[in-house]
Design a protein around this ligand. Structure first.
Ligand SMILES: Nc1ncnc2c1ncn2[C@@H]1O[C@H](COP(=O)(O)OP(=O)(O)OP(=O)(O)O)[C@@H](O)[C@H]1O
Ligand SMILES: [Mg+2]
Length: 263
């Protein structure tokens, strides 16, 4: 792991597995522990605001954030008046527990219209101050973005898996892909919506991998979602929040410098 003690984690998995619900809660719990957290969403249909507890904002990073890149370089680069930290200050939303949230854009006609926002987002994520930010990333469901290396910023990739055949199938592919395509330092399995220890065991044995943390199915979290409340606001002390807290501890323990900072 990087010696900075800053956490860089991404959540991948099948559509609907619980990535955004876990990632947003994870980001807030890190923020609550006094850390500077940037939550990043590379899903054009953002999922993180719901679990971070902020309203969805459909405005993309504006086009004037970038200018044409140098010959042979990227098509668009951050405009001279913006560096990654300035972009985060200007366009990163402030969320509960002090988390900053950055999303590249949303529906604005054809997907090509988001290219500039996407370049601004990518450059910011790869060049931000690594000594300052914990980065918590949420990817769209499935294998497409992971295939194209959209989680390269992450040292720890959490594959979120429900105890269902299709979720396990997707997880198996993602485990192979992440190891072969962009090789993060740690690929961890996170069991999601489990209804008992058997479910977590089933996931571990079917994937032939250790389960880093098991997050239970939670009726209060689901009820909160129905009224638009983030898990930590709907059920702050519940089993879901506790399990994500355990996941945070386990991920932090992978970072010796972060552990030293806490002691
Ligand atoms: N532990 C849980 N207990 C109960 N419901 C949950 C739990 N985790 C997630 N859900 C519910 O499952 C649904 C999908 O969750 P979420 O949006 O987090 O999945 P996702 O993996 O991010 O999906 P997508 O691939 O579409 O982005 C939501 O309605 C959410 O409230
Ligand atoms: Mg999601």
């Amino acid at each position: 792991m990087s010696g900075s003690g800053r956490v860089r984690v991404a959540f991948v998995g099948k559509g609907g597995a619980g990535k955004s619900t876990i990632a947003g809660t994870f980001a807030r719990l890190l923020g609550r522990a006094g850390r500077s957290v940037l939550a990043i969403d590379s899903d054009p249909l953002p999922g993180l605001p719901y679990s971070l507890g902020v309203a969805v904002d459909d405005r993309p990073i504006p086009d004037d954030a970038v200018t044409e890149g140098p010959p042979g370089g990227p098509r668009w680069v951050l405009a001279p008046h913006l560096d990654p930290e300035a972009l985060i200050r200007r366009h990163g939303r402030v969320c509960p527990d002090g988390v900053r949230y950055l999303q590249f854009g949303n529906l604005r006609g054809h997907v090509a219209a988001l290219q500039k926002a996407q370049h601004a987002w990518s450059q910011t994520v790869s060049e931000l101050d690594r000594h300052r930010w914990d980065v918590v990333g949420d990817l769209p469901g499935g294998t497409r973005q992971p295939m194209f290396g959209w989680a390269k910023y992450a040292e720890v990739v959490c594959v979120v898996v429900e105890p269902t055949a299709k979720s396990l199938h997707t997880a198996r592919r993602l485990l192979t892909l992440s190891k072969s395509r962009w090789a993060p330092q740690t690929v961890a399995v996170v069991a999601s919506k489990v209804r008992g220890p058997d479910d977590a065991e089933l996931i571990g044995s079917r994937l032939g991998a250790e389960v880093l943390a098991a997050v239970p199915h939670s009726d209060p979290v689901l009820a909160g979602d129905r009224r638009g409340a983030a898990p930590l606001d709907a059920d702050p002390e519940g089993d879901f929040a506790k399990a994500v807290g355990v996941l945070v501890e386990r991920v932090l323990s992978l970072y010796p410098a972060a552990a030293k900072e806490r002691s």
